[in-house]
Design a protein around this ligand. Structure first.
Ligand code: FAD
Length: 528
């Protein structure tokens, strides 16, 4: 039977990062991926529409760790970021529009079109978010301590964290509000223009089954000042050739370091002997032995499917079963014959309005109403659509003269009150999304050559994302940091010796960051 120092279950970008760092340390590593290609939710697929490179799931990057890019020399393996400036465009039906982006002078001018008071407040608001980010960002790459048994190292980490919180001084309560409160409360306090707030609020609900008035949504607001592109803080980018540019560069680096990558290799079982993970069995029956095993697949699959419940402590299993995977995100990928031509800013071809994320949301109440439908299990009658068109800045993703776009849409609840996410329902929902864009850009519908609708159920079936949750588990405060995936096991370890978690189910959670994989590789190399 083939034997490895480490077996990685799932070739998502995090699993690949783990594989690379272990191989760099001289380990013999095997990656087993269920699909025909590696990357998980961070992929480019070329068989969706002929001639197009489709980022089926994730579509923009800012969070991927610069340290990993450097350590693994990813630029030498074809990885390249394409900066988006402006980063967002919001057209309104009254003919006005709002651009936002990395240019702070432009931002102020743009906001002032809606409210001079908001333009004055915006730099102070950003500083407030940056203060919170300065405490949170350093925690991403640390191993959260086991609060139940912190030991000296864990106690020191907790003390240091408390100390940096203390450093916020009188801003501490504001920081706590960002971490636990509702986006709407904060936005309503800082700003008066509904148009401006709507653009900020749509970012706060990405991937969450929550409306901006619900506690926990403010947390996402500071993602806007987190991360970087080519050293520029808070700038989001496309990856040249699609998001698979990240995973493919990682896979090439891994192969160069001797990692064996097997696609079409679905893991069915983790073999446990005397409390130790010792190998895996594929659905095909093929077996592999490994000294250490890391799963980049979510906890539902890892603990409830790959393992025998009798190998796990009942309280741990109960905590795993309590993890929330609620979700209402749907993605539509589009082949277009022409860029959308907005009434609020007409163009002849590509303009700055197509560079970033195009928002179609007049005010925060629009989002609230969309959520109201979904909370009763009804797909939003007026969905919240965020559209991107990477071909505006990257001519490698669509045939000449054509365009590639995508819509990230909420709310499309995984659990429907009636019926299923069958083709008819998917098409009806997509048609409604198209109607919304058509209101702002007449002729848009006629420009659609082809479309792929990825429902929450498709996310589960194709990508193994339980409940269609795009983050391998909802990013609620009680499912973050010390509590991700569950209390007592945030240090990438599990109750089974030599079995680790290395995907976004572990700290710091979802998003294309690579940090869960990086942290897991560090922990796997420790002797305890
Ligand atoms: C629609 C959508 C849009 C998103 N947009 C963005 C975005 O724009 N920017 C951003 O930063 N993040 C975005 N995200 C989130 C981000 O893509 C994910 O958090 C991230 O890619 C997760 O990476 P991972 O490696 O942890 O896990 P995954 O990508 O989930 O990888 C897990 C891997 O395990 C494999 N697998 C599952 N079961 C088995 C099995 N039995 N045997 C072997 N292999 C198995 C899967 O096929 C997959 O390759 C989005 C996610 C989705 C779904």
């Amino acid at each position: 039977m083939p034997t490895y120092d480490a077996i990685i279950i799932g070739g998502g970008h995090n699993g690949l990062v783990t594989a690379c760092y272990l191989a760099k340390a001289g380990w013999k590593v095997l990656v087993l991926e269920r699909r025909y290609l590696v990357g998980g939710a961070c992929v480019t697929e070329e068989n969706t529409f002929p001639g197009y490179k489709v980022s089926t799931c994730a579509y923009v990057n800012s969070l991927f760790s610069p340290q990993i890019i450097k350590d693994l020399r990813m630029h030498e393996y074809g990885f390249e970021l394409v900066e988006r400036n402006p980063s967002s465009f919001t057209p309104f039906l009254d003919g006005r529009h709002l651009f936002m982006g990395p240019d702070s002078k432009m931002n102020l001018k743009q906001i002032a079109k809606f409210s001079t008071k908001d333009a004055e407040n915006y730099p102070k608001y950003e500083q407030m978010l940056e203060r919170v980010a300065s405490v949170i960002e350093p925690t991403l790459s640390i191993t959260p301590p086991d609060v139940l048994n912190p030991g000296i190292g864990g106690a020191w980490t907790l003390f240091s964290l408390g100390n940096s919180m203390r450093g916020l001084g009188t801003n501490l309560s504001e920081a706590m509000e960002v971490l636990t409160g509702s986006a709407r409360t904060i936005l309503d306090r800082w700003f008066e223009s509904e148009e401006f707030k709507a653009t900020l609020a749509t970012d706060a609900i990405i991937g969450a089954f929550a409306s901006p008035s619900m506690p926990g949504t403010a947390y996402v607001l500071f993602h806007h000042v987190m991360g970087e592109t080519n050293g520029k803080k808070g700038v989001w980018a496309y990856v040249r050739g699609g998001m698979g540019g990240i995973s493919n560069a990682l896979a090439k680096a891994a192969k160069d370091m001797g990692v064996d990558i097997r696609c079409n290799a679905e893991v069915a079982k983790i073999v446990v002997r005397d409390g130790y993970a010792v190998g895996v069995v594929l659905a095909s029956g093929e077996e592999f032995e490994g000294t250490k095993i890391a799963s980049g697949v979510d906890p539902h699959w890892t603990f409830e499917k790959f393992l025998d419940p009798k190998d796990l402590p009942p309280d741990f299993l109960a905590a795993i079963k309590r993890i929330g995977y609620e979700s209402a995100s749907l993605k539509i990928n589009l082949a277009l014959s022409a860029p959308p031509n907005f009434t609020a800013l007409p163009s002849n071809g590509v303009g700055p309005q197509h560079h970033g994320t195009m928002h179609f949301c007049p005010d925060q109440d629009f989002i609230e109403r969309g959520y109201d439908d979904a909370k009763y299990g009804i797909p939003s009658r007026d969905p919240i659509v965020e559209m991107t068109m990477p071909s505006a800045l990257d001519n490698t993703v669509a045939p000449e003269g054509k365009h590639l776009a995508s819509m990230f849409v909420q709310y499309a609840p995984y659990k429907l009150k009636e019926g299923t996410w069958d083709e008819e329902r998917k098409n009806k929902f997509a048609d409604r999304c198209f109607d919304i864009v058509e209101q702002y850009a007449p002729g848009f519908k006629a420009s659609v050559i082809d479309r792929q609708i990825v429902s929450p159920v498709d996310l589960e079936k194709t990508f193994g994302l339980t409940g269609g949750n795009i983050f391998q588990g909802a990013m609620h405060l009680h499912q973050l940091f010390l509590m991700r995936p569950v209390v007592g096991y945030a240090n990438y370890r599990t109750p089974i010796r030599n079995l680790f978690l290395c995907g976004s189910a572990a700290h710091p959670g979802g998003g294309v960051m690579g940090i869960a994989g990086y942290n897991a590789a560090r922990e796997m190399q420790k002797w305890w």
